[in-house]
Design a protein around this ligand. Structure first.
Ligand SMILES: NC(=O)c1ccc[n+]([C@@H]2O[C@H](COP(=O)([O-])OP(=O)(O)OC[C@H]3O[C@@H](n4cnc5c(N)ncnc54)[C@H](O)[C@@H]3O)[C@@H](O)[C@H]2O)c1
Length: 316
């Protein structure tokens, strides 16, 4: 299969590109620029084809479709995160909405049906329970989550009017090697690994579904491979919600003597903006439809991420 991965140079996109190529698919990455991770991967595996271009210009997408004739798309290009959206809501909508519309229009022109859109638990706003299903009301608090809900809704319109099958894979806080933004657990693991101090004044009580990168990739590929989808939205996450304080405890047990601590209360994006009440994303629907079952609980994922950091610091 030939699969176009938009945002293929990013954290999730590059991991998906590598996994697709490793199993023998042709992985076509489209992004604004080539990241070091993507560049290394493409040098090692000829199944990876790299293209640069901005998805807000439809001709960039059409050029790639013409050159590569993809069979399906994994759509991971976006202006990502609450903080980015606070700074520039219009930019978030231009890239996330307009870029997605350009993608679907191009898919319709070239007769490509399936798009797996990487959506987010930010679409829910405040969770009403510690564990929620895909039917939870979508009342996002910030422009980023609003843009993701808008894509989900408009995808249903494009299904009717253009025959596009837009499947929304809602994930939560994915972490793992080369996570690009500074938030837990990256900052905690790096402090523990480098022997520096990290003392967050608040955040310990927030319950967050933290998904290890390998589980996320596994879920997306399983969704890609399912021929007929009974739903257009699934959780691909860890199905658990340890507190941030639990995370610090685990890291302290992995790195005895680590000088890290977190105070009580709600976790803040970039230390400034309260996150909504969150919880676990129930993954029963994805398990029943395509056999997704997360393998990493938080302790296992943190241990794997820490091992990566240690190996990287030895290599450098
Ligand atoms: N990482 C998470 O925890 C998480 C959680 C929920 C949802 N998501 C979603 O997953 C997707 C990927 O997120 P990520 O964590 O890999 O972020 P990322 O920032 O690492 O990747 C996004 C990629 O999109 C590219 N991009 C941005 N604007 C573009 C444009 N105009 N044209 C072409 N490419 C453009 C960026 O260059 C970047 O490489 C996003 O849709 C995000 O909303 C991520």
């Amino acid at each position: 299969m030939k699969v176009l991965v938009t945002g293929g140079a990013g954290f999730l996109g590059a991991a998906l590109v590598k996994a697709l190529a490793a199993r023998g698919d042709t992985a076509i990455a489209l992004d604004l620029a080539v990241s070091p991770v993507l560049s290394r991967a493409a040098a090692e595996n000829g199944n990876i084809h790299v293209h640069t271009g901005d998805i807000t210009d439809m001709s960039n997408i059409a050029r790639v479709f013409k050159a590569e004739s993809p069979d399906a798309v994994i759509h991971a290009a976006a202006m990502v995160g609450v903080i980015a959206s606070l700074g520039s809501a219009s930019n978030v909508f231009r890239v996330n909405m307009e870029g997605t519309i350009n993608l679907w229009e191009t898919m319709a022109l070239f007769g490509v049906r399936r798009c797996l859109h990487i959506s987010s638990e930010e679409t829910y706003g405040h969770f009403t329970a510690d564990r929620v299903t895909e039917d939870h009301p979508q009342n996002p608090l910030y422009a980023y989550g609003v843009s993701k809900v808008a894509i989900e809704h408009l995808g249903r319109t494009y299904a009717m009017t253009h025959g596009i099958e837009n499947i929304n894979l809602r994930t939560s806080w994915v972490y793992g090697p080369e996570f690009p933004r500074m938030r837990v657990p990256r900052d905690v693991l790096e402090a523990a690994c480098n022997g520096t101090s990290l003392h967050l004044p608040s955040g310990g009580d927030s319950k967050i579904d933290h998904t290890y990168l390998d589980d996320f990739v596994d879920g997306v590929l399983k969704a890609l491979d399912l021929e007929h989808h009974p739903h257009d939205a699934y959780h691909v996450a860890s199905d658990s919600c340890p507190t941030v304080a639990d995370m610090f405890d685990i890291v302290r047990s992995l790195v005895p003597g680590a000088d890290i601590s977190v105070g009580p209360g709600v976790y803040k994006h970039a230390g400034k903006v309260d996150i909504p009440r969150k919880g676990a994303l129930d993954c029963s629907r994805a398990r029943e439809a395509f056999g997704y079952k997360p393998r990493y609980d938080l302790a296992a994922g943190l241990a794997a991420n820490l091992e990566y950091l240690r190996n990287r610091s030895i290599a450098n």
